[in-house]
Design a protein around this ligand. Sequence first.
Ligand code: F6R
Length: 242
Amino acid sequence: MNIIQVQDYEEMSEQGAEFLFREIMSGRSKVIGLATGGTPVGLYKHLVEKINANEVSLTDVHTVNLDEYIGLSDDHPNSYHQYMFQNLFQYIDIPSANRHLPSGTAADFSEECRRYERLIQQLGGVDTQLLGIGANGHIAFNEPGSPFDGRTRVVDLAPATIEANSRYFNEGETVPSQAVTMGIGTIMESGRIVMIASGKEKAAAVKEMLTGEVTEDCPATVLQKHDDVTLIADAEALSEID
Ligand code: F6R
């Protein structure tokens, strides 16, 4: 794994944006896998700045998100559809037909998961996939115990993940307990992976990912088996590495 150590969240965001920007500009990556959560917010801000400063058109780029909460409609303020619109899509010219996320309100989730897998295949696979990491080592919403060959499916979120996500919801509002997520098998088929990690609450998971035994108990350890992964992590996230 290629590790880029940076000082802090700001530098991680800048470097992560530069990584994706270079992928897009080179024409190497036409299908970009995107993540949500707190970590990529700064990256998207920098990416928008770079795209707009260079007047880059992205009309031939497709984006494929990792996951969506079950039960939240596309226009729910806490849905990942809205997150992507607020943080990225409203500022750039990727056509709406090219922005792909699983639906959180499908009538038939088995079919929705199959549709999403088919879509990725039809696009020719993900060229570059952006990932964050959960404090318990999850990637996308593949919690500990998820199969390494898993495909897009409905999952129950771990109590710790529901708790971590509750900070984005209003008091009294129910935090979703299930999501549709790309599987680890799907993620591992991406041509290139870039993970960003910041903060000491990620330090144990980052250490396990880099140095631990490859086991489904810590999903991120599977990345040791992918031959093109770049980790951009700040000093706190790397603080448990000797
Ligand atoms: C979301 C996703 C999750 C997050 C992870 C870390 O699309 O893929 O795996 O990357 O839960 O979340 P934050 O960045 O909020 O710490």
